[in-house]
Ligand binder design. Structure first.
Ligand SMILES: O=C(O)/C=C/c1cccc(O)c1O
Ligand SMILES: [Fe+2]
Length: 315
């Protein structure tokens, strides 16, 4: 049975601070092509690896990885809100199998998700609940972070489980590439913000939510004017990373230290671990081939913006 993979950058700034029309049209065309490919593939099951941005996961209890058995999206930045259609028994079986396979992923029966999960579902399916989806969270912002190696091993364990199912699976990875939006950090937060990061931010008052949204939008506008106002995007690293994945050289990324990546390409670049897990899962399901590749640095979205589509070869 063929397995399909699609990895893509996300940005909550889409629709808030957009690039020039020609670039926007190019991205929309790329997304439309991915949506058509997904529709043609028509998966039985979607497994979605993605990060969170202090909307669902906090320092009161921060796992490196978490598998959702029930999940809903909050609709930050105007992305879709609502329940996902999580196949609970299958998600429970996946969580048990991954633990048995040596990767200590947590489980959540009430997983709160943000744009990192919602945006790919919205763009590829037009809704959050049109297909059975198992969401898998990868901590990409709250230090200490999991390593590239652990993200790979998580993905391989997920892939081994999926290989045993007689289902047509679409594996999605959402995040990255190089970028550093103004996501808060515990080490530099004031007392109020520390409290938010330790869990009270799970249900932000509406005016604080709006202030947070506007702060990121203003940062994006400033970044377009002055690309030293945030950590610069790093197209060469992004292209290198995408090539490593496309050529199935995942293990070569194991040696990359988290601190090294933060300095090189920005602190939110760790979201690329969603791509690493997704490709690792695909790689154990069979030989694969990348069929579509897109990349462009888009300062308006504070994102090295890329996408890769791949399929396992028919056995
Ligand atoms: O949630 C936020 O505050 C910002 C998120 C963001 C901004 C730009 C690119 C991304 O990938 C993001 O997640
Ligand atoms: Fe993100």
């Amino acid at each position: 049975m063929t397995t399909m993979l699609h990895c893509m950058s996300h940005s909550p700034l889409v629709g808030h601070v957009d690039p020039e029309p020609a670039v926007l049209a190019e991205v929309e065309q790329m997304i439309a092509a991915a949506r058509a490919a997904v529709a043609e593939f028509d998966p039985d099951l979607v497994v979605l690896f993605a990060p969170d941005h202090y909307n669902g996961f906090f320092y009161d209890l921060m796992p490196s990885f978490c598998i959702g058995t029930e999940a809903y999206a909050i609709g930050d930045f105007g992305t879709m809100a609502g329940d996902l259609q999580v196949p609970q028994a299958l998600a429970e079986a996946l969580a048990a199998a991954v633990l048995e396979d040596g990767v200590d992923a947590a489980v959540s029966y009430r997983m709160q998700l943000d744009h990192g999960f919602a945006q790919p579902l919205e763009e590829l399916f037009g809704g959050l609940d049109t297909k059975p989806v198992i969401p898998i969270f990868i901590n990409s912002v709250a230090t200490p972070l999991p390593s590239f190696q652990r993200a790979r091993l998580l993905g391989e364990a997920v892939g081994r489980f999926l290989k045993g199912l007689n289902q047509k699976v679409l594996i999605l990875g959402s995040g990255g590439l190089s970028h550093q939006p103004p996501v808060p950090e515990l080490a530099t937060a004031n007392e109020h913000l520390q409290d938010r990061l330790k869990g009270s931010g799970r249900h932000l008052p509406a005016e604080e939510r709006e202030a947070r949204t506007q702060r990121v939008i203003q940062a994006a506008r400033r970044f377009v004017e002055d690309q030293t106002s945030l950590h610069p995007l790093h197209p060469q690293w992004d292209e290198f990373f995408m090539t490593q994945l496309a050529e199935n050289r995942l293990q070569e990324l194991d040696g990359m230290k988290n601190a090294e990546l933060s300095v090189l390409a920005g602190k939110s670049t760790h979201e690329v671990k969603a791509w690493v897990s997704a490709f690792a899962a695909l790689s154990v399901m069979g030989e694969f081939k990348v069929t579509a590749r897109y990349y462009r640095p888009i300062p308006e979205w504070i994102a090295g913006f890329g996408a890769l589509t791949a399929y396992t070869e028919e056995a």
